[in-house]
Design a binder for this molecule. Structure first.
Ligand code: FE2
Length: 316
C-alpha cells in the first residue's frame, strides 16, 4: 500500500488497495491513522458493491442512519444521492461538516461515485485544523472556551407544510434539539485543534447575542473559503473518498446540472466533541512509527508531509 500526499494541508491518495476485499488488521491500522493525519483519503477505481462499502465503513465504527436523506430500502445505512435533470442537487453547495446537529456528529463519511458528469461535480474540502492553526494566538485563546449552537435548520425546508409535515417536524425537534459543541474541538486521534462551526448548522454561540455571534461566526465560516486550506476533489467513476468529519468541511459544487451525478454514501457514527478544557487521553498518531519505511518522513512531517509514503502490512 502506498499513500501519496495530494494537498498541502489535507488530502492523500491510497494506492494498492482493493476495497472489495476485507482489509487486514495492519492495512486498516495504516488507513485509520492516515485518515487522522491527512483528513481526506481517496481510493480510485473502486468498483465495489454497497455491501463492501458498508463493510469498509464498519471498520471505523457503526454506521449512522441519516434522518432526512433518501436511504436505499434494502440497506438503510446507504444514502443514494442521484442528481439529474428532474432532481437538481439541493443543500450541498454550502460549507458544512455532516450532521453536526447531532449530540455525536459522524466520525467520517464515505462517498463513492457511480455516475460522474462529464463536466463539473467536484467536491471542495477545507482543513479546519489548518484553519485553526492559521489564527493568531490571541484569537485561538478567545475561541477556546466558546460553544457553538448547532441545529438541523436547512432540513426544515424539505418538510411539507401540511399537518403531516408539522407533526414530523415536531417529532424531529424532540429527537434532535439544538446541540452545543466546542467552537475549538480537539481531534480525538490526532490531538489537533479544529474550528468546529459551519454555516449549514451553526446558528449561534452560547451566551452571545446574535449581534456578537453573527459577525464572529461569519469570520469563522469564511475560513473554509481560504484556498490554502482547501483541496478540490475531481471525481472519476468509482472514486471512493473518506473524509474525517471531525476535521474538515466540504462543499459539493453545483455546476453540473442537468447532467447526472450519482453517489453512494455511508456515514460512520462519531463521538461527543470535546474542547481544550476537557482533559482526555489522546492516542497521538505515531508519526515516527508510520513513516519508518521512509526515513525522511519524520524530518519533514512538521513542515510538509512527504510526497509519497510506502507502508507494508504487518509493520504497523
Ligand atoms: Fe455533506
Amino acid at each position: 500500500m502506498e499513500i501519496e500526499r495530494l494537498g498541502r494541508n489535507l488530502g492523500a491518495q491510497v494506492h494498492g488497495v482493493d476495497l472489495s476485499e476485507p482489509l487486514s488488521e495492519g492495512d486498516f491500522a495504516v488507513i485509520h491513522n492516515a485518515l487522522a493525519e491527512h483528513e481526506l483519503l481517496l481510493f480510485r477505481d473502486q468498483d465495489i458493491s454497497p455491501g463492501a462499502q458498508l463493510a469498509f465503513g464498519r471498520r471505523f465504527g457503526p454506521p449512522s442512519i441519516h434522518p432526512f436523506s433518501p436511504n436505499m430500502a434494502e440497506m438503510p445505512e446507504l444514502i443514494v444521492l442521484d442528481n439529474h435533470q428532474a432532481n437538481p442537487p439541493r443543500l450541498t453547495d454550502i460549507w458544512h461538516s455532516d450532521e453536526t446537529f447531532r449530540a455525536e456528529p459522524p466520525l467520517g463519511t464515505i462517498l463513492r461515485s457511480t455516475i460522474t458528469p462529464r463536466i463539473g461535480g467536484d467536491t471542495m474540502f477545507a482543513s479546519m485544523s489548518a484553519a485553526h492553526d492559521g489564527l493568531s494566538d490571541q484569537l485561538q485563546q478567545f475561541l477556546s472556551g466558546l460553544e457553538g449552537i448547532h441545529d438541523f435548520k436547512p432540513f426544515r425546508t424539505l418538510l411539507d407544510s401540511d399537518e403531516d409535515g408539522h407533526r414530523r417536524l415536531r417529532a424531529l425537534e424532540a429527537e434532535f434539539p439544538p446541540r452545543h459543541h466546542p467552537v475549538v474541538r480537539v481531534h480525538p486521534v490526532s490531538g489537533r485543534k479544529v474550528i468546529f462551526v459551519n454555516p449549514q448548522f451553526t446558528i449561534g454561540i452560547k451566551g452571545m447575542a446574535p449581534s456578537e455571534s453573527g459577525p464572529l461566526l461569519a469570520m469563522l465560516f469564511d475560513l473554509a473559503k481560504v484556498p490554502e486550506y482547501q483541496y478540490r476533489l475531481h471525481w472519476q467513476t468509482h472514486t471512493l473518498a473518506i473524509w474525517d468529519n471531525r476535521a474538515v468541511q466540504h462543499y459539493a459544487i453545483h455546476d453540473y446540472h442537468p447532467q447526472r451525478r450519482r453517489m453512494e454514501r455511508i456515514t460512520i457514527c462519531g463521538d461527543r466533541p470535546f474542547g481544550i478544557s476537557e482533559e482526555r487521553e489522546i492516542p497521538l498518531i505515531p508519526r515516527q512509527a508510520i513513516s519508518a519505511e521512509n526515513p525522511t518522513a519524520a524530518d519533514t512531517a512538521s513542515e510538509i508531509a512527504p510526497q509519497r509514503q510506502v507502508y507494508r502490512a504487518g509493520n504497523n
